[in-house]
Write a protein that binds this ligand. Structure first.
Ligand code: PMP
Length: 442
């Protein structure tokens, strides 16, 4: 299949099995092999595969209309989805700008921040600052805000050179502090960066509430975001929460940022929003920003052909309703506790497991060569990659990532199964994972 076709594959050096069907927490390839989908590809499949209610909602929408451009029409599902999101999100984020994925949501937020400051008579405020060990998307604006060095490398110099800002990485505190007694030096690092650039040039700060792909479910200090909000307010900098991975129940609450006691100015979402049934993204925008765009001369000049697509919005509505009906956000919290307990029981004394962390069904495991010194594996070993491949061969899909520390060193995996996962399936997941780790280490 891979030899003589014209698909430009993600990785041309790999032969991919062919997907045949999905059911619940499982995927099946055309050879009949079954995979326990423990990360929905890249933290997408929140409901599991082939949920009849979502499939029916898509069919019903197709029966009425498949597409009408948003420059000419609105459509019922996008109105309904915006209402649902406004109800569920932290207060005041009442406007949903619909796009087709996470990068578009972030790109829209970056441009919206800039447009906002133009309306406010401060056009020199344009730079969006992000942190090291972060990822906000592959488009050039989002890439420049993020700190994933591996993805940035080929495209340097970036659209703009933002200052380096430390992540809140308690397992390896960049300031060598004990998190129980620290003074949140990592949060204050944002203030240093804003002052370095000049507050008059900074439009926004973007951060994932719990860092996903680049750091393996890094949960911040409980007061981190409160300090960040204070700093943003002090220097007139908007706060953008990138909830592309963490949003829609993944971390045990509808929005992860709610767990840290602040209301951001914008929230970017995608992935779990339509749970993989169709591509969708959204930027939730606070009233105080939208209010500045209500002058006919000052509309927000941006747009994508497929924004507000009726099918995408219909899937989003069906996903949220299904989650509400089956109390899946509560389930994500409960099963997440079960998962982390089982992982800790199975791996707490494993010589190469440095840290197990996360919230809800969003768990990360960081691997080390030496537990005592936290020394990482040599990058040439590609520990995370071999572990991911071994798990895949064993019928378990996880999300492996490397370069956690400095773009080269550091290995972790994300485990983020669908919320419908059962206790028995969690048991099987842990069993397959331990087997795969042991085979990788051997
Ligand atoms: N932000 C975060 C936090 C992400 O994890 C991702 C994707 N992994 C993106 C943005 C970009 O989303 P997409 O791949 O849908 O463009």
């Amino acid at each position: 299949m891979n030899e003589d076709t014209h698909v430009f594959y993600r990785n041309p050096f790999t032969t991919y099995p062919v997907i045949a069907r999905g059911e619940g927490a499982y995927l099946f390839d055309t050879k009949g092999k079954r995979y326990l989908d423990a990360c929905g590809g890249a933290v997408v499949s929140a409901l599991g595969h082939n949920v009849p209610e979502v499939v029916e909602a898509l069919k019903a929408q197709l029966d009425s209309v498949e597409f009408a451009h948003t420059s000419q029409f609105t459509n019922p599902p996008q109105e309904q989805l915006a209402e649902l999101l406004a109800e569920l999100s932290p207060g005041g984020l009442n406007h949903a700008y619909f796009v087709s994925g996470g990068s578009e949501a972030v790109e829209s937020a970056i441009k919206m921040a800039r447009a906002y400051w133009v309306q406010m008579g401060r056009p020199e405020k344009w730079m969006v600052i992000g942190r090291e060990q972060s990822y906000h998307g592959n488009t050039l604006g989002a890439l420049a805000a993020g700190g994933n060095r591996w993805r940035r490398a080929l495209y340097e110099p970036m659209l703009y050179q933002r200052p380096r800002v430390s992540p809140c990485y308690c397992y390896r505190c960049p300031f060598d502090k004990d998190p129980a007694h620290c003074a949140l030096e990592c949060a204050d690092d944002l203030e240093r960066a804003i002052l370095e650039v000049g507050p008059e040039k900074v439009s926004a700060f973007i951060a994932e509430p719990i860092v996903g792909a680049t750091a393996g479910a890094l949960v911040p200090h409980e007061n981190y975001f409160r300090r960040i909000r204070e700093i943003c307010d002090r220097y007139d900098v908007l706060l953008i929460a990138d909830e592309v991975m963490t949003g829609l129940g993944r971390c045990g609450t509808w929005f992860a940022i709610k767990q840290f006691g602040v209301v951001p100015d914008m929230i970017c979402m995608a992935k779990g929003l339509a749970a993989g049934y169709v591509p969708i993204g959204a930027t939730l925008v606070h009233n105080h920003i939208v209010d500045t765009f209500h002058n006919r001369r000052n509309v927000f000049q941006h747009g994508h052909t497929y924004m507000g697509h009726p099918l995408a919005a219909a899937a989003g509505v069906a996903v949220i309703k299904y989650m509400q009906q089956h109390k899946l956000v509560e389930r994500s919290k409960k099963m997440g506790e079960e998962l982390i307990t089982r992982l800790r029981e199975a791996l707490h004394d494993h010589p190469h497991v440095g840290d197990i962390r996360g919230r809800g069904l969003f768990c990360g495991i960081e691997f080390v060569l030496d537990r005592a010194t936290k020394h990482p594996f040599e990058p040439e070993l590609a520990f995370h990659r071999i572990l991911g491949e071994t798990a895949f061969a064993n019928g378990l899909i996880i999300y492996p990532m490397g370069g956690t520390l400095d773009g080269r060193r550091g290995d972790h995996v994300l485990i983020a199964p669908p919320f419908i996962i059962t206790k028995a399936q969690i048991g099987r997941l842990v069993e397959l994972l331990v087997k795969s780790i042991d085979a990788t280490v051997a």
